[in-house]
Design a protein around this ligand. Structure first.
Ligand SMILES: Nc1ncnc2c1ncn2[C@@H]1O[C@H](COP(=O)(O)OP(=O)(O)O)[C@@H](O)[C@H]1O
Ligand SMILES: [Mg+2]
Length: 329
């Protein structure tokens, strides 16, 4: 599949700060591409350059074969955008919001009413069509923001953190709508700081940190970067940590790391027998184990491995097992 968007050696400096550092990657026609990274990683800066709202310090962006620095207007017609902050005009009704965008993006006059009707249906806002958007809940505003971005029927949809701040139910609804739009053939570039969201939605993911893309590929390709085996995680009392680390090395050849009372290592073979043996050994050594487990690598493990730090949010914004409820901030 051809690349519909190409970022080539893209760099953006703000004074001394290199917000985007020599980034190169392509987005294939028809895919959902996710730019995943913590707050301040450079995601919005990339989006703003793509939309020609910011000029790159160096490098270039090519969309559908056009260098965007020379084809602003054409490129604008190809892309629909939902930004991070301003999603809807709050003192306009849902219908007026859609009209405004239809106008801005030169939707043919004879199609405006039809598209507005369809958008309201898609956003499940028919009965709120003439209510002020400022009165809408967060979920309703995002839904309106999404159909607004789609009103010109763009080939490419750009979504900057489309679900940040939404509750679980609204987030799941957004995911559904994003998938549906993609099924109809829209290429989607989205940013997110939710690991689970990238895992769930994106065909390919670029992990970005401090302006650099540090991993790129499908979710399973990226997870393999953390190793092919399972990851072992043991929590013991602080005074036992170093003893456990050296036992893992001497008895099993496992090079384990510790942070506080948490010890992690890789079970290369990924089999459960080794795990059972380790449990038995700890028991025999009379080490009181607060928790022990082994799991397949998650995107968080990859981030931890590549950057030496992982960021987990335990506020429980998302539901689910391990890998969910994590967010970079
Ligand atoms: N207009 C600006 N002037 C100066 N610094 C900026 C500007 N915009 C963004 N930055 C800085 O660039 C870095 C990347 O920001 P941003 O692209 O917004 O990150 P993200 O969207 O991934 O959270 C941050 O350190 C941010 O403070
Ligand atoms: Mg941002």
């Amino acid at each position: 599949m051809a690349d519909i968007i190409k970022l080539e050696n893209l760099t953006k400096r703000f004074g001394d700060l290199v917000a985007v550092n020599n980034v190169t990657f392509g987005i294939k026609e028809g895919e959902i591409f996710g730019l995943l990274g913590p707050n301040g990683a450079g995601k919005t800066t990339i989006i703003n350059m793509l939309l020609t709202l910011l000029k790159p310090t160096s490098g270039r962006i090519v969309v559908s074969g056009l260098d965007i620095s020379k084809n602003h207007e054409k490129v604008k017609q190809l892309m629909g955008l939902m930004t991070q902050e301003t999603i809807v005009e709050s003192d306009m009704t849902a219908r007026e919001n859609l009209m405004l965008f239809a106008d801005l993006y030169h939707v043919p006059r004879d199609q405006v009413q039809k598209r507005i009707k369809m958008s309201l249906e898609e956003a499940d806002l028919v009965s709120f069509a003439d209510s002020k958007a400022g009165k809408f809940s967060g979920g309703m505003q995002r839904r309106l923001g999404l159909v607004k971005a789609m009103i010109q029927e763009p080939e490419i949809l750009v979504l900057d953190e489309p679900t940040t701040g939404l509750d679980v139910q609204n987030r799941t609804t957004m995911w559904q709508r994003i998938k549906e739009l993609n099924k109809k053939g829209t290429t989607i570039l989205m940013t997110t700081q939710y690991l689970e969201e990238a895992d769930e939605l994106c065909d390919r993911i670029g992990i970005i940190d401090h302006g650099k893309v540090i991993a790129l590929g499908t979710s399973s390709e990226i997870k393999r970067l953390a190793g092919t085996g399972k990851l072992l995680e043991i929590i013991v009392n602080p005074e036992d940590v170093s003893k456990v680390v050296s036992l893992l090395k001497s008895r099993f050849g496992i090079v384990a790391m510790s942070r506080g009372d948490r010890i992690t290592g890789v079970l290369e073979k990924g089999d459960d027998r080794e795990f059972t043996k380790i449990s038995a050994m700890l028991d025999k050594e009379k080490i009181s184990v607060l928790s022990i487990g082994a799991h397949l690598p998650t995107l968080d493990d990859v981030f931890m491995k590549l950057t030496g730090s992982g960021m987990r949010d335990t506020t429980g914004e998302m539901q689910g097992g391990r890998g969910a409820g994590m967010r970079w901030r």
